[in-house]
Design a protein around this ligand. Structure first.
Ligand code: HEM
Ligand SMILES: *[C@@H]1O[C@H](CO)[C@@H](O)[C@H](O)[C@H]1NC(C)=O
Ligand SMILES: *[C@@H]1O[C@H](CO)[C@@H](O)[C@H](O)[C@H]1NC(C)=O
Length: 354
């Protein structure tokens, strides 16, 4: 076997190995994907989000989380935006999302404006990804150039949402494996968790930490006693658990490195947050310290990991579709999608007829 065919064999195996993984990164995304077809896109996204953020300071948090919950379930394909229909079990009704997702209406508002200016060109998945980046900027966080060219899914997967989205009582090992399943490493886990410098969580996710941790009848020992008292006041033991508390008690709507300083001071809100710093001997402790000491280092890593997360399982080329309304698949294409099962050869006609 000569060296060329060896290389060919090696390449072939790489393709086979990575082809089977859900997160094979996609080189087809490009920041200027809409440069010709929708040059106004970025400014429409920015203007609408800026306006909404003036009346809802929690909006940036909610949009960033929406993007995360999209990407961890069959990739960043706007599957989370699909509403329940007779054929679709919505991801919005999955455990980690129900009564929890906010501001899907803002994504629809952006889509409506975008459709007026550049009809049928821009995917909901790209709008959500761009909106997450703009939300970082609007809350004082870093900005970055967002790779674009995602297309929208024809399906949602509620059971996958239940399986893939990490829970607030996760151990560090569980968090790591949930991220690893998406091709994200330990640094990505720590950097992306820094988004919990923004937004709120409902009391029900921390009641066990406040009153009966691991069936001990006592609070979580990794909670600072003063912070514990504050949280107990906001989250009464037998309350319904629907009160909301800030992730960051000092600058709740500002994107800064406080999240890591909070962990250093045993003021992580969720157990899954504090695990990053309080798990004995964990390799995440030094990363928390590093980000806690230098906001620029955190921001640079956050950018890197957000771009990585934004590349998970994207649909490109002729896969999926450009939805007209983000909450529903295009009728025509779902009919045509059924037809394509029986007739591959019609694909060209179908795409051009959309
Ligand atoms: C590491 C595992 C993670 C867990 C266990 C987790 C869990 C949670 C929970 C339980 C809430 C509160 C939901 C509610 O009260 O209804 C929440 C909120 C939030 N999460 Fe996470 N999360 C994780 C990672 C992430 C990541 C990677 C991001 C984004 C990059 C993110 C962004 C947010 C934001 C911004 C909020 C506040 C949303 C709002 O106020 O509307 N989270 N998370
Ligand atoms: C989609 O469902 C959400 C609730 O999850 C609802 O608020 C919204 O109005 C629905 N959108 C449409 C277009 O029906
Ligand atoms: C959801 O994803 C799982 C795992 O990939 C798969 O087995 C299942 O068929 C999917 N369900 C739907 C409704 O697509």
């Amino acid at each position: 076997m000569n060296s060329l065919s060896l290389i060919a064999t090696a390449l072939c195996c790489v393709v086979v190995v990575f082809g089977g993984l859900p997160f094979s990164s996609n080189a087809q995304l490009s920041p200027d994907f809409y440069a010709k077809t929708c040059p106004q896109l970025q400014s429409i996204v920015f203007q609408i989000l800026e306006k909404v953020s003036k009346t809802d300071s929690r909006m940036p948090a909610s949009i960033i989380r929406l993007h995360f919950h999209d990407c961890f379930v069959q990739g960043c394909d706007a599957s989370v935006l699909l509403n329940k229909t007779s054929t679709i079990a919505s991801e919005q009704d999955a455990g980690p999302n129900i009564n929890s997702l906010r501001r899907l209406d803002v994504i629809n508002q952006i889509k409506t404006e975008v459709e007026k200016v550049c009809p049928n060109k821009v995917s909901c998945a790209d709008i959500l990804t761009l909106a997450a980046g703009v939300s970082s900027v609007l809350s004082g966080g870093p900005g970055w150039i967002v790779p674009l060219g995602r297309r929208d899914s024809l399906t949602a997967n509620q059971s996958l949402a239940n399986r893939n989205l990490p829970g607030p009582s996760s151990s560090l090992d569980q968090l790591k494996s949930s991220f690893a399943a998406q091709g994200l490493n330990t640094v990505d886990l720590v950097a992306l968790s820094g988004a919990h410098t923004l937004g709120r969580a409902r009391c029900l996710f921390i009641l066990d930490r406040l009153y009966d941790f691991d069936n001990t009848g006592k609070p979580d020992p990794t909670l600072d006693p003063t912070y514990l008292k504050q949280l107990q006041k906001q989250c009464p033991q037998n309350g319904p658990g629907n009160n909301v508390v800030n992730f960051d008690p000092t600058t709740p709507d500002k994107f800064d490195k406080n999240y890591y300083n909070n962990l250093q001071g045993k003021k992580g809100l969720l157990q899954s947050d504090q695990e990053l710093f309080s798990t004995p001997g964990a390799d995440t402790i030094s990363i928390v310290n590093n980000f806690g000491n230098n906001q620029n280092v955190f921001f640079q890593n956050f950018i890197n990991s957000m771009i990585k997360m934004g590349n998970i399982g994207v649909l490109t080329g002729k896969k999926g579709e450009i939805r007209k309304q983000c909450n529903f698949v295009n009728k025509k294409s779902s009919e045509l999608d059924l037809a394509s099962v029986t007739s591959e050869s019609m694909e060209g006609d179908m795409v051009s007829s959309i």
